[in-house]
Design a binder for this molecule. Structure first.
Ligand code: NDP
Ligand code: OXD
Length: 308
């Protein structure tokens, strides 16, 4: 029997209990899934960083911590978490992010707000076609690459930027400092899908924002610290940035007095870009447990040195 501890907010237990059991059965795993195993009897922890479990010291035989979230910035610094840590790559979450990003890119591209707000006159405006609208994705991982490919299929010329060199059909892939400059210099729409690490903090700052074509639009479903907020507000005020759609923030929920709420050229969404989906995520977790039991390498292992 494999002992799996579920450690997330209590409400998540109802969401995940049956999908996890079904996925374990499907994978042929004999699992005792509980909220309350004795820590020294636990083989795997299915984990959300906002759970009460923060001290992994007593989990002496735990073979891996399997995160329910894609982002791991809240746990990479936990010195008691010495066992392998896997982040969530879930086809359901990825599909949700592709839909959310595509929707918001199309909102900007087609100037949908204008059609909604101008309801008192007949004033046709012909937007450019997608192939005339360069879009840049910062981050070409599980989510960034899926969004990039979806946007490229619509016809947008898509540039992507990552830490290591990449090759993705139909996408101009760049990396490194020079690559970032090039990726931003043509971007009419920029989407941030980077993890929050020391190397990505304030990646959009006064200097990098000034590289964008005037009036560029920014979409951030990645993490709040990717953007220097004061620099973005200043760039919005001068028109260097035309509009920003922000789903994630340094402090969440976004405090009521935060200037983003009142800014006419900012759309705030409450960290809803993409949600982990219980059925598909459970299958991803079952596959990693199957691998652990078979002595195979875990998928989506977090590199603690890089922080993602
Ligand atoms: P991945 O780890 O698969 O991809 C991360 C990408 O960022 C990779 O392409 C990586 O490069 C690149 N990267 C990392 N560090 C750097 C750097 N210093 N310079 C340049 N590129 C860098 O993550 P996911 O795609 O799964 O998720 C991305 C983020 O999306 C998550 O970390 C999370 O913060 C956020 N997220 C937000 C959600 C929401 O609802 N708002 C939902 C889910 C996730 P390389 O390919 O070379 O490794
Ligand atoms: C995640 C998120 O990291 O929801 O999964 O932001």
């Amino acid at each position: 029997m494999i002992n799996v501890q579920f450690a997330a907010l209590p409400a998540r237990w109802e969401t995940y209990r049956e999908p996890l059991k079904a996925a374990f059965n499907k994978a042929g795993l004999k699992v005792d899934l509980r909220l309350d195993h004795a820590p020294d009897q636990v083989d795997y922890v299915v984990y959300a960083p906002n759970s009460d479990l923060q001290d992994f010291t007593p989990y002496t035989r735990c073979k891996a911590v399997l995160n329910l979230w894609a982002g791991v910035e809240k746990i990479t610094g936990n010195q008691t978490l010495t066992m392998p840590l896997c982040r969530m790559v879930d086809p359901g979450l990825t599909a949700g992010m592709v839909e959310w990003v595509t929707g918001h890119v199309l909102r900007y591209h087609l100037d949908i707000d204008r059609s909604i707000t101008v309801q008192d006159r007949w004033e046709p405006i012909v937007p450019p076609l997608a192939f005339e609208r360069p879009v840049t994705l910062l981050g070409l991982g599980a989510l960034g690459s899926a969004c990039a490919q979806s946007l490229a299929r619509i016809g947008f010329p898509v540039t992507g930027w990552s830490r290591s060199p990449k090759s993705i059909d139909g996408i101009t892939c760049l990396h490194g400092d020079e690559g970032l400059k090039q990726a931003l210099s043509t971007a009419e729409i920029v989407v941030l899908l980077l993890p929050d690490t020391p190397a990505t903090t304030n990646i959009l700052n006064a200097e990098t924002l000034s590289l964008l074509p005037k009036g560029a639009r920014i979409i951030n479903p990645g993490r709040g610290p990717l953007i220097d907020d004061a620099a973005l507000l200043a760039a919005l005020d001068t028109g260097q940035v035309g509009h920003a759609t922000l789903d994630v923030f340094r402090v969440e929920p976004l405090p009521a007095d935060d200037p983003y709420w009142a800014h006419p050229n900012v759309t705030v969404t409450p960290h809803i870009a993409a949600e982990t989906r219980a059925s598909t995520a459970s299958e991803a977790i079952a596959e990693n447990i199957r691998r652990g039991e078979a002595g195979e390498a875990f998928l989506n292992l977090v590199n603690r040195d890089l922080g993602y």
